[in-house]
Design a binder for this molecule. Structure first.
Ligand code: CO
Length: 193
């Protein structure tokens, strides 16, 4: 397996029209394995073919690990998906706002509103049909990756043009919010009872 170079904005490849995958041969299997390795090496939760410069309807996704009550990551709780020619054929009316990053937009996080639940169908790495319902964070990652296959980036969908931050700004905001919360808790005798 090998790690592939990831293209970043404003690369035209990220906006290109993609074509469906039709051949499920050894070359495709190698490409998928390389994409998985590239995603992991970059600490990403998803990688779409246009991000390595290929106009194909193919993406890999690896969900975040579950955590125990103390916030420790539980082993073997990440799920890996290979999605080919995917189609989101149902979206919930309920939406949720959340922060997203993208390996093709390094160093930034932006707020995007997404459907809370979706149903998606497509093909797996061997060309077998699948159908899935996804919720919350998993639904968000899938929507982000399917957008990539349509030349859409999260920066096209920010809740407001200014709702994008560098990782440093975001970290500072989070610390300040945490500090403010601790102060309120200190003045509220009910908390912690
Ligand atoms: Co992305």
């Amino acid at each position: 397996m090998s790690v592939l170079p990831i293209v970043t904005i404003p690369a035209e490849e990220l906006r290109a029209k993609t074509r469906p995958v039709t051949k499920f041969d050894a070359d495709l299997q190698k490409l998928i394995d390389d994409m998985i390795e590239t995603m992991r090496e970059a600490n990403g939760v998803g990688l779409a073919a246009p991000q390595i410069g290929l106009p194909l309807k193919l993406a890999v996704i690896e969900t975040l690990p579950e955590e125990d009550d103390d916030g420790n990551e539980l082993e073997d709780t990440r799920d890996l998906y290979v999605i080919i020619n995917p189609e989101i054929y149902w979206v919930a009316r309920e939406t949720t706002k959340g922060m997203e990053g993208c390996l093709s937009i390094p160093g930034y996080l932006g707020e995007v509103e997404r459907a809370e639940s979706i149903r998606v169908r497509g093909l797996d790495r061997h060309g077998r049909k699948f159908r899935m319902r996804l919720n919350d964070w998993d639904a968000r990652i899938f929507q982000h990756e399917v957008d990539h296959l349509n030349g859409v980036l999260y920066i096209d969908k920010l809740t407001a043009p200014e709702n994008i931050w560098t990782e440093e700004e975001f970290e500072k905001m989070r610390e300040e919010r945490q500090k403010a919360r601790q102060q309120t808790e200190a003045h509220d005798p009910m908390v912690g009872d």
